[in-house]
Design a protein around this ligand. Structure first.
Ligand code: NDP
Ligand code: 2IT
Length: 448
C-alpha cells in the first residue's frame, strides 16, 4: 500500500529526509500514516494545525555517554538514549532497551509506537522510550550494576514521577530496574514512582511481570471469541523466551492451548508434548542460559539453529514475542500454508509490512503490537496509580483490570476499523483509535 493523500506524502518525505538511515522508524511511521488516510480526509483541521508534522517529531531527544569499569578494570563506554516523544495525554512512559543493536532509529520507532499504544490503554500516559547499546549478556551482576548506576546518573536529570517514567524492555528486567531505582533514589533522595516494573518490596505492582504476556493472550482470546473461536485445544507457536514469551506461554496454556515452540536469538526448540514452562523459567529467569539447554531435561524435544524456522512449525495461533522484523513474508506464507488462524504480536513490530499483508489478504486474524502487547504498559500505569496512592492492590485486582483493558482495546480497535470502512483491519483500527485521542488533546493544547 502506498500513501495517496498529499499532506501525508509530504510528512512521510520529511520524516525520511530528517531521519536518514533509520529504516525502523520510517517503517513505523509509514504504517501509521497509511492507516490515517481516511481520518485526514475527514478532519481537514489536522492538516491546518500541522498536527501530523508535529506528532512525528519527538518533543525531546536525550543522548548521553555511559562510562563504566568492567571486572578486569577496563573502562567501557556505551551510548544512552531517552526519547521523550509525546506528552499530550500524560507523562512520557515507555521502556528501556539494553541490546547491542540499539541506536537512535530503534528508540525512535519504539517511542513513536508507544504514543498510540499508551493512548489505546485508556490511561493517562504519553509516549517515550530509551535504552543503550550495552549488551547485558555474559556480564556479571556487578558489571550490570555499575553500568545501570552510570546510566541513571545521567538519566535522573531528565525523568520524574510526573515527567517521564521508564520501565523494562529487551535486556531490562527486575534486576536492572532494581539497580536503576537504587541509583535514582540515592542521587535525588526521593522515594517515588519514577520507574515501573519495580520489585514487590519497594513499590512494584503484583502482575506487572506477567502483564505483557497475559495481556497478549487476553487480547487474542477476545479476538478469537468475537469470531466464535478460542485458544482451547489450539496448537500455539511463540517466539522468544524472555519476559513476554514466558508469560504468554503460561496464559495460553491456562486458556487451553498447547504451546509447542519457543526460541532465542540462536535457535528454537520444538516440543510436541507441550513446553515444560517451569523448566524454561528456571533456565531463563534464574540461570540465564540459552534455550537449547532445554534438551538437557527433555531429550525428546528438538533444537534447531536459527530463528526463522520456528514459523514453519504447523500451528493454529502464532505469537511473535522476540523482536522487530523477526517474521517476514516467507515466514507468513509458511504459517498461512499450515493453516494459521490468528497471529498476535507480543513483540514491537515483529512482522514486516509484507508479512502483515500476507496475513490480512488470507483472512488470518491479525492483532498488531500496539493493541496486543499494550497490557505491559497498561499495568505499568496501574503501578503508577498505586504508587501515587501509596497502596498496593491484590494480584486478582490488577489482573482483572488488565483483562478489562485488553478486552476494551480489542473492541475499540475493531469499532474504529469498522467506522472507517475497514472492518477486521485491526492495524488500521488500533492506529486510528490510538491517534484520535492524542490528536484531540494536541488540538486542545495549541501549537506546542
Ligand atoms: P527479554 O529481554 O526478556 O527477552 C527477549 C527475547 O527475545 C529473548 O528470548 C531474546 O533472545 C529474543 N531476542 C531479542 N533480540 C533478538 C534478536 N535481535 N533476534 C532474535 N531474538 C531476539 O525482552 P522482553 O520479553 O521484555 O521483550 C520482547 C519483545 O516484547 C520486545 O519486542 C519488546 O519490545 C516487547 N515488549 C515488551 C514489553 C515488556 O513489558 N517487557 C511490553 C511490550 C512489548 P536472546 O536471549 O538470545 O537475546
Ligand atoms: O514496549 C512496551 O510497551 C514496554 N516495553 C513496556 C513499557 C512500560 O512502560 O511498561
Amino acid at each position: 500500500m502506498s500513501l495517496k493523500n498529499e499532506y501525508l506524502k509530504k510528512v512521510m518525505a520529511d520524516v525520511e529526509k530528517r531521519n536518514p538511515n533509520e529504516p525502523e522508524f520510517h517503517q513505523a511511521v509509514r504504517e501509521v500514516l497509511e492507516s490515517l488516510e481516511p481520518v485526514i480526509a475527514k478532519h481537514p483541521e489536522f492538516e491546518a494545525q500541522g498536527l501530523v508534522d508535529r506528532i512525528v517529531e519527538p518533543e525531546r531527544i536525550i543522548k548521553f555517554r555511559v562510562p563504566w569499569v568492567d571486572d578486569n578494570g577496563n573502562v567501557q563506554v556505551n551510548r544512552g538514549f531517552r526519547i521523550q516523544f509525546n506528552s499530550a495525554i500524560g507523562p512520557y512512559k515507555g521502556g528501556l532497551r539494553f541490546h547491542p543493536s540499539v541506536y537512535e532509529g530503534i528508540i525512535k520507532f519504539l517511542g513513536f509506537e508507544q504514543i498510540f499504544k499508551n493512548s489505546l490503554t485508556g490511561l493517562p500516559i504519553g509516549g517515550g522510550k530509551g535504552g543503550s547499546d550495552f549488551d547485558p549478556k555474559g556480564k556479571s551482576d556487578a558489571e550490570v550494576m555499575r553500568f545501570c548506576q552510570s546510566f541513571m546518573t545521567e538519566l535522573c536529570k531528565h525523568i520524574g514521577a510526573d515527567t517521564d517514567v521508564p520501565a523494562g524492555d529487551i535486556g531490562v528486567g527486575g534486576r536492572e530496574i532494581g539497580f536503576l531505582y537504587g541509583q535514582y533514589k540515592k542521587i535525588r533522595n526521593e522515594f517515588v514512582g519514577v520507574l515501573t516494573g519495580k520489585g514487590l518490596t519497594y513499590g512494584g505492582s503484583l502482575a506487572r511481570t506477567q502483564a505483557t504476556g497475559y495481556g497478549l493472550c487476553y487480547f487474542t482470546e477476545e479476538m478469537l471469541n468475537d469470531k466464535g473461536n478460542s485458544f482451547n485445544g489450539k496448537t500455539v507457536v511463540i517466539s522468544g523466551s524472555g519476559n513476554v514469551a514466558i508469560y504468554a506461554t503460561e496464559k495460553a496454556t491456562q486458556l487451553g492451548g498447547k504451546v509447542v515452540a519457543l526460541s532465542d536469538s540462536n535457535g528454537y526448540i520444538y516440543d510436541k508434548n507441550g513446553i515444560d514452562l517451569d523448566y524454561v523459567k528456571q533456565l531463563k529467569e534464574v540461570e540465564r542460559k540459552r534455550i537449547k539447554e532445554y534438551l538437557n531435561k527433555h531429550p525428546e524435544a528438538e533444537y534447531h539453529e536459527g530463528c526463522s524456522g520456528i514459523w514453519t512449525i504447523k500451528c493454529d495461533i502464532a505469537l511473535p514475542c522476540a523482536t522487530q522484523n523477526e517474521l517476514d513474508e516467507a515466514s507468513a506464507k509458511a504459517l498461512v500454508a499450515n493453516g494459521v488462524v490468528a497471529v498476535a504480536e507480543g513483540a514491537n513490530m515483529p512482522s514486516t509490512p509484507e508479512a502483515v499483508e500476507v496475513f490480512q489478504s488470507n483472512g488470518v486474524l491479525f492483532g498488531p503490537a500496539k493493541a496486543a502487547n499494550a497490557g505491559g504498559v497498561a499495568t505499568s500505569a496501574l503501578e503508577m496509580s498505586q504508587n501515587s496512592q501509596r497502596l498496593s492492590w491484590t494480584f486478582e485486582e490488577v489482573d482483572a483490570k488488565l483483562k478489562d483493558i485488553m478486552v476494551n482495546i480489542y473492541h475499540n480497535s475493531a469499532d474504529a476499523a469498522e467506522k472507517y470502512g475497514l472492518k477486521d483491519n485491526f492495524v488500521a483500527g488500533a492506529n486510528i483509535a490510538g491517534f484520535l485521542k492524542v490528536a484531540d488533546a494536541m488540538m486542545a493544547q495549541g501549537i506546542v
